[in-house]
Write a protein that binds this ligand. Structure first.
Ligand code: ADP
Ligand code: ZN
Length: 720
């Protein structure tokens, strides 16, 4: 090749041509450094015919500067990048950026210097130094990262380095990972598990694309079962990716993995330190990494020879990315399996309706684990009708739920209360003038957090100190908290059961893997009697002594009525119910509701999953919603309200008429103000067969907008 077309990460100039200088050799997929004006940019060499661009005559081409010493991106990954960009109407450069910039400084040196406390003391102690030394206990990272952890300036830490309080450690980026062994500790599978595991192993050995829905009730041992095809891939020297929805869950998972395979897998998530990130990226690209466990972004890593992807808790909403490239990792995982020719296992006790439908129509294979491992029974589910049995004034737990909590405490068993609301109260209001605390950047109320003594926006992260007096009428002692959050429920439990040890489990309290691990340890050691938590507690956890689950407000998710409200409610309640009675003692679930007649609540009470899915299928079919039709959303936003509105109106004015596609809008989006941007929305509803992406591109691509306007497309949106 003496000329090369490259895909850059620059959205404005995504495709550029260069000359390949004498002595440099590049192939499609090579990662290269190229001059652009006075700067250098990274790019990936692409097949010219697959990447339309202006052809520049040879004489005018500037030479490439360098190649980056990483393996070229394989054609399978290049096809995945193309597919993702095409399907989600995203720029290819943005998808390629997810693949490469996730590797951090690809060109950096092969060693890096990190620092840790040496045990020495500074000559002079200051408040900042003291805080740094306290917070950096047990940490080792670069100065920049340590400064973030300790919340002090780099300068403070440099001072500590000069005085020998922080000592340097040279870290080799290419040092190897411990090897996992497929036969380290083989479990004895139940007959039911074995049958499924054998099929999964055969699928891995076939080395062909096979999408598989592993549909197993909570506690059936899905993890134990899918570890067998993981072992098979290890024996074949193929790489494995396990996607998990929540980093809070990885700790327990890592332990189980290490027990089974004798070494921890490689972990990949967005808050990885830069050294670890580079090390993992390189090991993945060379094939040294055997098993990667990660959040959705791990899907776009440059695996050398992937042989299996497992998406655990595949129904989870967190697999959907809602900014930048708006992809659904569950669906992209299946496409990656298609390009790389290996099986993809979607594991869940409450699969998405889309996945079930794929199984029904024969596109996915479905394997079932219908019973709990070790003879445990599924829990007994009862409804508490809050219109009949009212909690006391100022309380949220019905007397019968309180009695059951008390009984568990007496017997030394654990209980779990589920309420999907972080903080103390979702709304703070002035009793005197009616003033409500609202976020200045978002159309949302500020949520009171008592532990941290803050009013916080759950959409943009804005926080403020709660004032003593009402900011509007200046009256003292007039601010009241309205409605419950988990912190308030925890307070109520402490009042009813003063002796109980209560743990609040939310993304606020379990915000690092260490804290998550400590929680799991305490719960397993029975140092906790009552767990009060948000959706974080609905997944993955396995506590054998937990025998009671209380759902504080089953109606919460049904309000607002978005497309997936019923399905999400079903999944959350069924998953949290699945935490009860996983050991030898039977479990009981009490669901508080004001709508016992709602179909989803009835199905939950009856433990009749099929009834729920049938009703939901009919409702979706009727609405032309997925999986029977497609939805897409167009979000038009700007920091300037008028600018956003005008742009939306202009888009509306050019709205095409297309057969099989209905377009609704523009209307203010449900979050009409989000992170300081005003938002308008179009909803697109189309038949399954309609070419929605093509229609959207033809409609929107020719339009030009002022710089401050952003138009984003969300294909298969989760909430809009
Ligand atoms: P699920 O993910 O289906 O809810 P898990 O994989 O968490 O279920 O399994 C539930 C519990 O049963 C776990 O503690 C797991 O270790 C145990 N378990 C499942 N299968 C086996 C087995 N074959 N041998 C030993 N323990 C098992
Ligand atoms: Zn906000």
């Amino acid at each position: 090749m003496n000329r090369a077309r490259i895909l850059t990460f620059n959205a404005a100039l995504p495709v550029l041509d260069y000359r390949v200088p004498e002595g440099m050799s590049v192939v499609p997929g090579s990662v290269v450094v190229a001059p652009l004006g006075p700067r250098e940019i990274l790019g990936v060499v692409w097949e010219e015919e697959r990447l339309p661009g202006q052809s520049v005559p040879d004489a005018k081409l500037r030479p490439l500067r360098d190649t980056v010493p990483v393996p070229p991106l394989r054609p399978e990954l290049r096809r995945l990048i193309e597919w993702t960009a095409d399907y989600y109407c995203a720029p290819m450069s943005a998808v390629a950026r997810m693949v490469l910039s996730s590797g951090g400084a690809l060109r950096g040196p092969m060693t890096t210097t990190e620092y840790r406390l040496s045990g020495g003391m500074p000559e002079r102690m200051t408040a900042q130094r003291e805080r740094a030394m306290e917070r950096l206990e047990g940490e080792q990272a670069t100065i920049r990262e340590l400064a973030e952890i300790a919340e002090v300036s780099d300068g403070v830490l440099r001072g500590l380095v000069n005085q020998g309080v922080l000592e340097p450690v040279v870290v080799d980026i290419d040092r190897s990972y411990p090897r996992a062994h497929p036969d380290h500790a083989e479990p004895i599978l139940s007959a039911e598990q074995k049958e499924v595991a054998d099929e999964l192993v055969a699928a891995v050995e076939a080395e062909e694309f096979a999408p598989i829905l592993l549909d197993g009730v909570t506690g059936s041992g899905k993890t134990e079962t899918y570890f067998e095809p993981v072992a098979a891939a290890l024996r074949m020297d193929r790489q494995v990716l396990v996607l998990l929805p929540e980093i809070a869950l990885t700790e327990a998972f890592l332990r189980r993995f290490a027990d089974r395979f004798g070494a921890a897998p490689i972990v990949w998530h967005s808050s990885l330190k830069s050294t670890e990130r580079r090390r993992a990226w390189r090991a993945i690209s060379t094939g040294e990494a055997q098993v990667v466990v990660g959040a959705r972004s791990a899907l776009f890593l440059p695996y050398d020879n992937l042989g299996l992807i497992v998406v655990d808790e595949a129904h989870e909403v967190s697999f959907k990315q809602d900014d930048g490239v708006r992809y659904n990792a569950r669906d992209v995982a299946v496409m990656r399996g298609h390009f790389e020719k290996h099986p993809v296992i979607l594991a869940s006790a409450t699969p998405a309706l889309e996945s079930l439908q794929m199984a029904e129509s024969g596109i996915y294979r479905k394997l079932d684990l219908p019973s709990r491992y070790g003879g445990a029974e599924l829990p007994d589910i009862k409804l508490i009708d809050l219109t009949e049995e009212k909690p006391e004034r100022g309380r949220w737990l019905a007397p019968s739920l309180a009695r059951e909590l008390f009984a568990r405490l007496e017997r030394g068993e654990q209980s779990l209360l589920f309420l999907n609301r972080r903080g103390y109260a979702p709304l703070t209001l002035c009793r005197n003038c009616g003033f409500r605390f609202q976020c200045s950047n978002c159309s949302a109320w500020l949520v009171e957090h008592r532990f941290s003594q803050r009013l916080a926006c759950h959409h943009c992260g804005h926080e403020e100190q709660p004032p003593e007096t009402c900011p509007d009428c200046n009256e003292p002692d007039c601010l009241v908290a309205c409605g419950p959050g988990v912190e308030r429920i925890a307070d109520e439990v402490a009042e009813i059961l003063p002796d109980a040890r209560v743990a609040v489990v939310t993304s606020d309290t379990l915000n690092t893997p260490d804290k998550a691990a400590e929680f799991v340890r305490q719960a397993e050691a029975r140092e906790i009697d009552v767990i009060v938590g948000t959706q974080l507690v609905t997944k993955g956890f396995h506590f054998p002594e937990l025998t009671l689950v209380g759902v504080v407000d089953a109606d919460l998710g049904l309000e607002g009525g978005d497309l997936r409200a019923a399905e999400r409610t079903y999944q959350q309640v069924a998953q949290v119910a699945g935490r009860a009675g996983r050991g030898s003692k039977p479990g009981e679930v009490l669901i508080q509701t004001r709508h016992p007649e709602a179909p989803v609540i009835e199905a939950l009470a009856a433990g009749d999953r099929d009834a729920f899915y049938e009703a939901e299928t009919e409702a979706r079919r009727f609405a032309g919603a997925p999986p029977f039709g497609r939805w897409a959303a167009i979000i038009v936003s700007s920091e300037d309200e008028a600018e956003a509105r005008e742009a939306a109106q202009r888009i509306g004015a050019t709205q095409p008429r297309i057969e099989d596609i209905a377009i609704l809008g523009p209307a203010p989006a449900p979050m009409a103000l989000l992170r300081g941007r005003y938002r308008y929305r179009f909803l697109v509803n189309a038949r399954r067969s309609a070419k929605v992406q093509e229609a959207l591109r033809q409609w929107l691509d020719p339009l030009d907008f002022p710089r401050g306007v952003r138009v984003s497309i969300d294909i298969d949106p989760y909430s809009f």
